[in-house]
Design a protein around this ligand. Structure first.
Ligand code: HEC
Length: 400
């Protein structure tokens, strides 16, 4: 019952996280694209910096941007903030339900660092807070006055955090923390900088005072950062489905490539939205593709196990293969899992018989032979030799 309820809590939080996240990313991309597409037009009203014409959903829109602000604000001004807050709150709750409640299964890998659950959780929470403080400190420091230098410094900060996470957490725990680290920076940007700054501008207008243009400039800078960070974060959040990322010994370098590729895709996307000719921004997706190609080469299997003569020569009996799987997998992957926290076999994959083990041979190869993604956190202490022998047996099965 407990597992059943926590599965539903997980589902509701994940769905809520996706709904709010899609809303947030949508408005973020929309407004940054709008900003880039604004044109100064003759006869514009006083205080209007630029305007854009858009067509969508059966009508035409004429949007004008005032910066710093119009002389007066309407009563029904629309704010965009809840999407960001709800994305963070549901995301953090999901981190708690999935990774903190089951820290020894999902977050900790004793082969990386033999932490107690409370230690792993304390490191996790601290890292998110410290990440924000460092990023915010960079933005406020002299580095923050140079766009390129600040971009580079933020890149190095995220890369350093990624490296540290891979030295502390399990493969999937590390990459989900890169996502949480960057996502926290983005959400706190909205909560502590962008919205308070805009509130100050609005309050000054209400009092009939001249608003300070600095607030608008800072909010714009942080909003631009947020759009650049969005796409890499999305990939980090689904990275646990890809053992070639989470199981890579230098996963932090892959994070670097994903940061670069994601930022460049964002650049191309926004420029396209703003109506630029393809020739002007085509370089961005092209360089992103190079980054992806490097990741592809980095993650390519080093040896084709099926062609390894040493493996093919190993004699592994059915009984031994069944025994390896029973020892290292079937406490979770069984019709009735003995492992706490599971009522049903994960992903509905059970290895209770040789036939089932054969049926999932390709997946077993991917998860436990070519990578050490399974068993989760290597809880059962599966050795390289176990993996080789299981791999050798799987090759024979395919040969038959
Ligand atoms: C501690 C429990 C546990 C153990 C032990 C375990 N697994 Fe898993 N396995 C899981 C969970 C949980 C998932 C679902 C992961 C997810 O949600 O991404 C999973 C997913 C899988 C998948 C599906 C991957 C996919 O997404 O397509 C395969 C295949 C798999 N495990 C194989 C194995 C093998 C082989 C072993 C033994 C060498 C093993 N597992 C040991 C918990 C476990």
């Amino acid at each position: 019952m407990e597992v059943f309820l926590s599965d539903w809590l997980n589902l509701v939080l994940r769905w809520g996280h996706m709904i709010a996240g899609i809303g947030w990313i949508g408005t973020s991309f929309y407004f940054i694209g709008l900003d880039v597409s604004l044109r100064r037009r003759a006869g514009a009203r006083e205080g209007v910096d630029g305007s854009a014409w858009e067509v969508h959903g059966g009508g035409f829109y004429h949007v004008e941007k005032y910066s710093v602000a119009p002389k007066e604000l309407p009563e029904d001004l629309i704010w965009f903030k809840w999407e960001a807050y709800i994305t963070w709150v549901t995301g953090f709750a999901l981190l708690v339900v999935q990774y903190y409640f089951n820290a020894s299964t999902y977050l900790i890998d004793p082969g990386v660092a033999d932490l107690a659950p409370w230690q792993a959780i304390a490191i996790s929470v601290t890292s998110l807070a410290v990440g924000w403080l460092l990023y915010d400190g960079l933005c406020r420091s002299p580095v923050g006055r140079h766009t390129v230098a600040l971009g580079l410094a933020t890149f190095v900060l995220i890369l350093a955090a990624s490296f540290l996470f891979t030295q502390i957490f399990s493969g999937r725990g590390a990459l989900i923390h890169v996502g949480a680290f960057v996502g926290t920076i983005m959400a706190v940007n909205v909560f502590m900088i962008i919205i308070p700054g805009q509130k100050k501008v609005a309050d000054a207008l209400m009092r009939g005072e001249e608003p300070d243009p600095r607030h608008g400039a800072v909010a714009k800078q942080r909003s631009v950062h947020n759009t650049y960070l969005t796409l890499p974060v999305l990939l980090m959040m689904v990275s646990q489905h890809y053992p070639m990322l989470t199981g890579h010994p230098h996963a932090w370098i892959l994070v670097g490539l994903i940061l670069v590729a994601g930022a460049l895709v964002r650049h191309g996307f926004v420029r396209h939205e703003a109506g630029d000719a393809l020739g002007k921004f085509a370089w961005a997706p092209a360089v992103a593709a190079v980054g992806f190609a490097v990741a592809l080469v980095m993650t390519a299997p080093t040896t084709d196990l099926t062609k390894d003569p040493a493996l093919a020569a190993l004699e592994v009996s059915d009984a031994e293969a069944e025994d390896i799987v029973a020892t290292h997998c079937a406490n979770c992957h069984s019709a009735n899992p003995a492992h706490e926290g599971f009522d049903d076999p994960p992903k509905d994959i059970a290895f209770d018989s040789l036939d089932e083990i054969r049926r999932y041979g390709g997946l077993i190869q991917q998860q436990a032979v070519a990578s050490d993604t399974m068993p989760l956190g290597n809880e059962t202490g599966m050795t390289e030799e176990d993996r080789r022998r299981l791999g050798a047996w799987l090759i024979k099965q395919r040969g038959e």
